[in-house]
Design a protein. Structure first.
Length: 270
């Protein structure tokens, strides 16, 4: 997380305030970012309440900003860019969280070449997200710093120098929370199949996944070492891992899953 100093005195426009846009907005509010204009044709009650409480302009007149965050769906790029253009007129940096859309796609539709392509993920809702980001060559160091401060309000930020890597970033961390939630879902089903009452299986699976994630977060050990620390030779965990690490186990499945998500991210650029 960044400190509030990175955002103090800056003006920002948010174009699109669905789930992720709203999470970012709440992160900025917690950082005391004062000057925010929000464009959202269908504002939720939660959004309206936040804007009212913070004094953020909602669907008001456009004015020059230091940064414009584009958080519409990829299919709405043209409409989103049209809404963003009046806020960009003074040379603002544009931060896009549209999956698959290249920095060139944004630069071609907006009066700026300073574009940051970013991919946050849903743990942003609790301030524990991670965002992969790429800055175009025309983005200044100051603009990159401002973008980092905006994105850091909801978690960590990891920068890449090659934009082509953003498709894999999307597949690993952008989509990754769904893979973890699926693990909890399937662990519950497996527990029920093994004879556990459903309510107990849900509780055990949920807390195991959550607690293991927190341990991974806090520990200085890598994930492989943590796994090995749980695994006694010839024990129950080893028996399960013989299946999960087999020819049809996690490695080939996740490799194919991430490859499929990466391919889809590339397709969204078209």
């Amino acid at each position: 997380m960044t400190d509030a100093g990175g955002l103090r005195g800056k003006s920002v426009a948010l174009i699109g305030a669905g789930n992720m846009g709203l999470e970012l907005l709440e992160g900025w509010a917690a950082q005391d970012l004062v000057s925010v204009s929000v464009v959202e044709p269908q504002p939720s009650q939660r959004l309206q309440a936040l804007c009212a409480a913070q004094g953020y302009a909602l669907n008001g007149a456009a004015s020059q900003c230091d940064a414009v965050v584009l958080a519409v769906k990829p299919q709405a790029l043209d409409a989103g860019a049209a809404a963003a253009a009046p806020f960009v007129a003074g040379g603002a940096v544009v931060v896009s969280i549209l999956a698959g859309k290249r920095s060139a796609d944004l630069a071609a539709r907006l009066p700026t070449q300073a574009v940051v392509r970013a991919m946050p993920n849903t743990p942003a809702a609790i301030g524990r997200g991670v965002t992969g980001a790429y800055a175009s060559a025309a983005t200044s160091a100051a603009q990159r710093g401002l973008s980092d401060a905006l994105l850091s309000a909801v978690g960590g930020v990891e920068w890449v120098d090659d934009e082509a890597l953003m498709d894999a970033v999307t597949a690993v961390s952008g989509s990754g929370p769904a893979y973890v939630f699926l693990l909890a879902e399937e662990l519950t089903r497996a527990g029920v199949a093994a004879g556990l009452p459903e309510a107990l299986a849900i509780k055990l699976a949920r807390e195991t996944v959550a607690g293991s994630g927190e341990l991974l977060h806090r520990s200085d050990l890598d994930s492989a070492t943590l796994r090995q620390n749980v695994t006694s030779p010839g024990g129950t965990t080893a028996a399960a891992l013989d299946v999960l690490m087999g020819l049809d186990g996690f490695h080939p499945l996740l490799t194919r899953a991430v490859a499929a998500a990466t391919k889809r991210s590339k397709e969204l650029a078209k």
